[in-house]
Design a protein around this ligand. Structure first.
Ligand code: PLP
Length: 390
């Protein structure tokens, strides 16, 4: 189908909840994608930090197609070999003795984390950070600090509180006997690629202080690694830069390279509170989804993609003035919505797809397989684009 036909069909039959690019992508290979009109692009969006292995990766394709021919879905009424194997792999890469709950998205992973925190502690209040993003379901939206997203749907889940991101003193004063959990992103993705503190060093201190506070008060420390996880920042999970162990880790996006998988990793101790019937998901952890997850985690380790993310990220951060972030999670605040949109459009004309987050931040979250030649190409074009865009 031609682009205009697809667009017309979408506008007639699809709920218009997205502001879309004027493109329909038809195929991809590695870090490249092609639209329906045959134009080629370097993909610096990667399905919003999701296509960790890029497009049409042979190992991921093989794992999915082989498993699809064997067994796709059976429900969680049965033991599932791939689910148990992936849970073990995630426990190992997390550095925390965890048990996994499998679902299908980041929001769902956070919903599970809310329920588990409440059940384990017997408390009700959930604290989250200013400028946070945890999803769009009624629970995860309640801890997403964006009035524009919340207002039309209120009342949301009660007993939530927002504290300023990065301010430990206020956080310490905010916790009370009813605090079940503190939710934090080590780097805010939707919030504009922001650390809670000036730099990584100070962020480590903040995260360590939070860990200590949670230990002292019996509060669940929930680190949302939906965007920062799966090797993107140069470690499997971003909290591993801080030398801390969360009680609960939520992840999704890249974990199965584009196949919908969400995971709530819960420390063994906390996980012991959950029993049959306490939570569930029809699709969660299917043989097919977990085959994809296993292929992604194995490839990230075997092909040293965390090392690649760290190196390529350093090049992007070093090559672009005003860039911030860690590994292949890079943001550049261009100062205005208009300039961000102009750069986005200009980059598209140059054959590079980039994304704008938090209105005025250019976000680069490419596949972890990106090469130096490709990051050099992005740096060169972005520099030109910044100087030409008003
Ligand atoms: N948490 C974080 C940090 C995210 O960045 C996102 C999505 O952007 C979510 C949760 C929600 O994930 P999903 O869209 O898979 O529900």
């Amino acid at each position: 189908m031609k682009f205009e036909e697809i667009k017309a069909l979408d506008e007639k039959y699809v709920l218009q909840t997205y502001a879309r690019y004027p493109l329909a992508l038809a195929k991809g290979k590695g870090c490249k994608v092609w639209d329906t009109e045959g134009n080629e692009y370097l993909d610096m969006i990667a399905g919003v930090a999701t296509n960790a292995l890029g497009h049409a990766h042979p190992k991921l394709m093989k794992a999915i197609s082989e498993q699809a021919g064997k067994l796709m879905h059976v429900s969680n009424l049965f033991y599932i070999e791939n689910q148990a194997k992936l849970a073990k792999m995630l426990c190992e890469v997390s550095g925390v003795k965890t048990r996994a709950f499998f679902c299908n998205s980041g929001a769902e992973a956070n919903e599970a984390a809310i329920k588990i925190s409440r059940k384990y502690t017997g408390r009700r209040e959930i604290i989250a950070m200013s400028n946070s993003f945890h999803g769009r379901t009624m629970g995860s939206l309640a801890i997403t600090d964006k009035k524009k997203y919340q207002a039309p749907f209120e009342p949301l889940m009660p007993e939530t509180r927002i504290v300023p991101y990065g301010d430990f003193d206020i956080l310490e004063r905010a916790v009370n006997d009813n605090t079940a959990a503190i939710f934090v992103e080590m780097i805010q993705g939707e919030g504009g690629v922001k650390f809670p503190k000036k730099n990584l060093g100070e962020t480590v201190g903040y995260m360590k202080d939070m860990r200590k506070l949670c230990d002292e008060k019996g509060i669940m420390m929930v680190v949302d690694e939906v965007q920062t996880g799966t090797g993107r920042t140069g470690k499997f999970f971003a909290y591993q830069h801080c030398g801390i162990k969360p009680d609960i880790i939520t992840t999704a996006k890249g974990i199965a390279g584009g196949f919908p998988v969400g995971v709530t990793l819960v420390s063994d101790k906390v996980g012991s509170c959950m029993h049959a019937g306490d939570h569930g998901s029809t699709f969660g952890g299917s043989p097919l989804a977990c085959a994809a997850g296993i292929a992604v985690v194995e490839t990230i380790i075997k092909d040293k993609l965390m090392e690649n993310a760290a190196k390529r990220g350093k090049e992007l951060l070093g090559g672009l003035e005003g860039a911030r972030g860690l590994g292949l999670m890079v943001g550049i605040d261009v100062g205005s919505k208009e300039k961000a949109q102009a750069v986005k459009k200009d980059m598209q004309n140059r054959g590079i797809l980039i994304n704008v987050t938090n209105e005025k931040v250019i976000r680069l979250v490419p596949p972890l397989i990106i090469s130096k030649k490709e990051t050099d190409f992005v740096i060169e074009n972005l520099k030109e684009s910044f100087s030409s865009a008003k």
